[in-house]
Each structure stands twice: as C-alpha cells, then as structure tokens.
Ligand binder design. Structure first.
Ligand code: AOF
Ligand code: ZN
Length: 350
C-alpha cells in the first residue's frame, strides 16, 4: 500500500540516506544503512553502519543519544533506510534493540532482501506492538542497497563495465597507449575503485597498458585486482604482480608459481563458462561488486553473455580516426553527465 509521507518525514529519511552513504565502499557486500532517532521533530541520535562485523546503524544511533535525551527514547520515532534485522548475525538483532529500547514507531525505506529478514523484521516489530511505516522514498532506499540486493538475490557480484571511447567511437589502438579522457574523469574512476571490491582486466590490457589498477587519486581503499592470464605467461614485473598489493591471477595452467604471497593463483578452464564460474568464485569470496576495466574483448564477453548490470562509459572529445572499436551495448536507456569536456553515460541492464 502506498503511504503518504510528509516533507518533514522525507527530510529525516534523507538524513538517514546521507549517513548511510558515509560507508560508500566499506559496507559492501553488506548494505549501507543509516538511522535517525527523532523526538518531537528534533534529531536526538543518529548513526550508520561502517562495515563488516561492526555495530548496525540502529545501535550506533541509540548509543549516540545524549544522557539527557535518553528518557525521550520511549516517545521517539526511528527512521531507518533499511528494514531492521531480526536475527543474530555478527551482531545482535536490531529488532531486539528497538523492542528493548521501547521505541514505539519505526519508519523504513527499503526492505532487506536477505532471506532471513525479507519482511520478517517488520512483522516481528508489528507483532510486538510497534507502529511500522514502510516505503518512504523507497526508490532511493532501494538504490542505496542495490549491491547488497544483487548479492543476496543473484549470487554474483554486481558487475560494472567501464570504458572510455573517443568522439569517433574507438577505445584505443593496438600496441599504442592513447589517453582519451580528462583529469576529472580519471579522478572519478579512482573514486569508483575505492568503492568497489574488485577490478578485472584481460590479458592484452595487462600486457600492453601495464596498469596499476589502484586508487591513487581519491581517499579510501584499493580494490582486489583480477587478471586473466590463460597461458600463465604475463611478465612478473607488471605492476599488478610486483607492487605487493593483492591480485588474483586466473590461469588455465598453474605451472609457473609466484613467490610473492599477495598473488593468488586460480586455475580454471578457459571454456564457455569461464566468466560464469569466475563470478561464482568471487561471490563465494564475498566480492559484492566488480568493475571491469577492459579491454574490448573482455568487455564484449560480459556483454555477449549478459553478465553485466551497469556500464559507465566516457566519451572524450578527441578523434582517434582508426583503432579498436568500442563495444556496443544492447540497451539504450542511460543517464548523462558532463565531466569537464568529457561526457559520462550510465547504462542499466536488467
Ligand atoms: C540493520 N542495520 O545497519 C545493517 C543491517 O550480522 P551482519 O552484520 O552480517 O548483518 C546481517 C543482516 O543485517 C543482513 O540482513 C544485512 O542485510 C543486515 N544489515 N541491518 O538492521 C544495519 N547493516
Ligand atoms: Zn541490524
């Protein structure tokens, strides 16, 4: 049922969304969640979930309340961007905290699609006399947890394709390093690298570009690097093998081994199911988001096998005239942003 919410209520849930986003990059594969506790239109406590194994947003919000305001908890409302959990996972259930704290009203944006929760958190609260309103700015709430929803519903990472093309539609030239986009776009890509779990490239890209695939232009962490090296013959002095940061080398033939402990070798058949099996393996290792940065062949394989969820495509304002043609996407719906003199288009699949 579609509930009507006031502008004031929307303001509080938007505050919860903003808090949730402070964990961009550190929550996945868990969801980003924010919570705000309101007494008579005044925020008395707020919190967000910081990452794996840490206290949930609701716990942080309750603990954030000043001693003088604690007495108001039993007359307050809690706004949460995600349905409170109803089971003891790595931390105690938030529904228990809400009941124990005697918070009489809960306002929720998005339903937690984790099978154990999935509406059960809401039912439990209602059965215990708590007033629960759901669906406030639900589209925005769902967007906030889209990586988590994908993680629990599809058993695969959320796959984001990224590439840059010239004004005339090329992504580069063979055996030549051509930079297509501007500095702002480059910084944005580093920000994305800080927000995802893993980044993947094909053999030719590793050999030709020797990329570092780290996040150097934005604060936050580096992603795990994943490189396809079917024949196990990529040079050991490539940055991704020699810089001491974690890399998965995917190969068909494990004959060469590495002495460095930061390289994990994974032997897997390079057959029609390579990408599907690799994504399964990533999911098992709790990789919730994957950024595929090229080259054309690998990107096209993800597209042909329909194994992608989002594509972020830059168009620089250079002409290259000849070279490797950019992959074609089978969907047309997109958002468009100006990044200086580059254009960024975002495509959504499924
Ligand atoms: C909430 N509030 O802030 C977060 C929730 O034991 P864990 O930490 O792995 O958490 C497992 C469940 O909690 C799972 O359903 C996940 O979606 C949810 N995350 N729930 O009430 C929060 N981060
Ligand atoms: Zn919880």
């Amino acid at each position: 049922m579609n509930q009507f919410f006031s502008k004031k209520q929307e303001l509080f849930i938007r505050r919860a969304f903003d808090l949730a986003r402070l964990a961009e990059g550190s929550a996945v594969p868990n969801p980003m969640v924010g919570a705000v506790i309101v007494f008579k239109d005044r925020i008395i406590g707020e919190g967000f979930f910081k990452g794996f194994g840490m206290p949930h947003a609701e716990v942080n919000a309750v603990n954030n309340i000043k001693t003088d305001d604690r007495k108001y908890l039993t007359q307050s409302e809690i706004y949460v961007s995600l349905e409170p959990c109803n089971f003891f996972g790595k931390t105690p259930a938030c529904t228990s905290l809400i009941l124990k704290s005697k918070i009489p009203k809960v306002i929720i944006s998005s339903i937690d699609k984790t099978p154990q929760v999935s509406g059960n958190g809401i039912d439990l609260l209602r059965q215990n006399g708590v007033e629960v309103l759901t669906g406030i700015l639900e589209k925005k709430g769902n967007e906030l947890v889209k990586y988590r929803t994908n993680y629990v519903e599809r058993n695969t990472p959320f796959v984001i394709l990224k590439y840059a093309k010239s004004k005339d539609g090329f992504i580069g030239r063979k055996d030549e390093n051509i930079w297509i986009t501007n500095q702002f776009s480059k910084t944005l890509v580093h920000k994305w690298r800080s927000e995802i779990n893993a980044i993947m490239i094909g053999t030719n890209t590793a050999r030709q570009d020797n990329p570092k695939l780290t996040n150097r232009l934005y604060f936050g962490k580096n992603p795990l690097r994943i490189v396809l090296d079917r024949k196990n013959d990529l040079p050991e002095n490539l940055h991704i093998f020699s810089d001491g940061l974690p890399t998965w080398q995917i190969t068909e033939n494990i004959s060469r081994t590495f002495s460095q402990t930061h390289i994990t070798q994974i032997e897997i058949p390079f057959d029609d199911f390579l990408l599907v099996n690799l994504l399964k393996k990533m999911h098992q290792e709790k990789i919730g988001t994957l950024l595929v940065e090229g080259g054309a062949q690998l990107l096209q394989s993800f597209i042909n096998q329909n194994l992608w969820h989002e594509a972020r495509i830059f168009e620089g304002n250079k002409l290259i005239k000849k070279g490797i043609l950019a992959p074609q996407l089978p969907v047309s719906q997109n958002e468009e942003f100006e990044i200086g003199n580059d254009i960024l288009r975002i495509f959504h699949n499924q």
